[in-house]
Design a protein. Sequence first.
Length: 633
Amino acid sequence: MNRRSIALFAAALATLCPLTTLADPAATTAPSAAASAVVEALQHRLAPHPRLLLDRQGQKTLAANIGKDARLRSLYGRLLDHADALLAQPPLQKQMKGKRMTAGYTFTDRIGTCALAYRLTGDKRFLNFARDTMLVGASFDDWHPAHFLDTAEMTFAMSIGYDWLHDDLSADDRATIRGAIAQKGLNASFTDKPMWWVTTDNNWSQVCHGSLIMGALAIADDEPELAAKVVKRAVEDMPIMLKHLEPDGGYPEGMGYWLFGTTHNVFASASLQTALGDTFGTLPPGLLKSAYYRLHLVGPSGTAFIYSDVGAKTGSEMSPAAYYLATQNNDPSLLYTEIPKFDHLLKGPKATAAGDTTDWQLLLFVPPGLERVKPSTTHYAAAGDTPVASHRSGWDDTSTFVAIKGGSPGENHAHMDVGSFCLDALGVRWVDSLGAQDYNSLESKNLNIWSNRQGSERWKVFRLGVMSQNILTIDGQEQTVAGSAPIVKSTDSFTTLDLAPVYAGQLSAAMRGIQLRPDATVRLQDEIKNTAKPVTVRWAVLTGTDAKVQGSTATLKKKDKTLQVRVVSPANATLKIVSTDPPHDYDAKNPGTCLLTFEVKLQPNEAQTLVVDFIPGGTGATEQPVIPLADWK
């Protein structure tokens, strides 16, 4: 990154509201110290309304930025279009889809959009619509605490509207909305037996604690004891989850849950900053570094590396949290893959009432004067619960990109995909994964998909089990849930994994390496050794392209682009195209995809090396000798 780019980004940061100040020293303080500090701050330093995310000075700064920045003006126009369209929408109702209440995110969209539109325009139509929406939410009998994510989202939405519109609501309306936040949100989280998510180490911690922080800060002047109880608990228990982002920012549950958890975490941290002047340990180094995880795990095709319970198109969505973390890291290159999506949004059709948007959230976090800055590195590796690494030949849309994962099927939301990888080249995703299946479609069939023990029903779901993954399978067996595969070595050009722990009892040794070579071709190499009984090893990759095979070579095509898959070892391997038609009626369909596979039979104690090259364009690559993984440099 050049000095001019850094200077321009720093200048943009200086114009933003206080929520974008760099991470405070308390980010690394012990949870107990942060809890004591937050109670003192609530008693003595609570800012006046509006205090969440956008205080009065921040509003003036935002209005000035809209006036001088073309992108922000366009985004502001989209906000007003969306707000105008929402005014004609009927009131929301409490509706259920299986185990989940469906309206929470729509409440967030309607209240956030119209509350911000009112603050920036003074148009009381928006005030009235946001108020009426909050009163509808307050009238619900509860916010479905049995699935507390629903309660959290409702608390988040209601707290934004209550705080931002506080001074323009009647005393009666404030009392009604405040009472709902207190009773149906905050108090609902305190039960005789503490709810499991309070001390969990997954995304629920960020979403639930983060949303309740927002609710507590919104009503803290009227409910000081309840607010202190909620925020103190949050800053004590959120680090249980946040420590799992150390040391490199890798998110254990995959990119989709990074977006979900990090967004709520960022809103809570930013609100603590604007309301109390400190983030109280909720923005630790691992969370800040997770911005690099977001950057490096999205390929040139625009799709993220898909693993665990992640949607197949994850990576193409907008991320307000990415903008916030870029400012916190003072690194504009973190927005390299975000800015094109932002510009595409602004060039798209006029915003309507359809769908839930992030426009109001983006307005809070996008700095003026954006300049696209190319990242200085093409390699990323993160250790941790689910180690991942990525390599790319460059940052152009046609660059070759590979990413690979280790970890364990026993991690929260994990699939049987340890050793899986993805590959982009020429602007196409060639090696992909099917991604998650809608939870309700499986729960409605009475499947217990939330147990990841060995042999559970979860692993019988085609998209979640071994048979749809870019991995080795041994006689069709599951990977070992109790095992976890670490990264052995990761350099600018290659990554190696020790997969033996997830093949315990099936193979006596299993190493996998992926290498991005100077000519932008990719080599995948497996070095395996059998146990004392004969087995059949299946090598497989999934593709959403048109595939044709001839012997040990496959040609993949997507529109006018081509990639060749060439089995180098064993020399007698025969590739096959295998259907992804699922075996059960509860499985989702997988149109437009297939698996490329070949099989190798191993005798007792036999060692074998499987080597496959991926050649963008299909020709021109010279055959390279097979070098043991231990000698890769």
